[in-house]
Design a protein around this ligand. Structure first.
Ligand SMILES: [Zn+2]
Length: 96
C-alpha cells in the first residue's frame, strides 16, 4: 500500500505535455521546481492505493481539473524560466 497524491501524477504528465511548447530548460531540476510550484496552487487529492491501481482513477480526475492544471503548470513554468534554480552551467544558484 502507498499514500499517493493523484494531482502529482497529473501535474508531472502535464509538464511533459506543456514544456515542449515553452522555450526553457527541461532538466530534472527545473521540472521538479515547476511541479512544486504548480502543486502548491492546486488541490491535493490523496488516496491510499495498491501499487498499479492508481492509473484507473487518474483519467477522471484529469478531466475534472484539466483547465486548472494547465493554467497552474504554465504559470509555474514561466516563473521558473525567469528565475531558475541553476545557472547556465548547471550550478545551483544560492538563495537566502
Ligand atoms: Zn534546468
Amino acid at each position: 500500500m502507498q499514500l499517493k497524491n493523484y494531482m502529482e501524477v497529473i501535474v508531472k504528465d502535464a509538464i511533459e505535455d506543456i514544456l515542449p511548447d515553452i522555450n526553457m530548460c527541461r532538466c530534472e531540476r527545473c521540472k521538479l521546481d515547476i511541479a512544486a510550484k504548480a502543486l502548491n496552487d492546486l488541490p491535493a487529492s490523496y488516496v491510499v492505493t495498491q501499487k498499479g491501481e492508481i492509473y484507473s482513477k487518474i483519467n477522471k480526475l484529469r478531466s475534472q481539473f484539466e483547465v486548472d492544471v494547465i493554467a497552474a503548470v504554465t504559470k509555474a513554468a514561466i516563473l521558473i524560466k525567469r528565475n531558475p534554480s541553476h545557472d547556465e552551467n548547471g550550478k545551483e544558484i544560492e538563495r537566502d
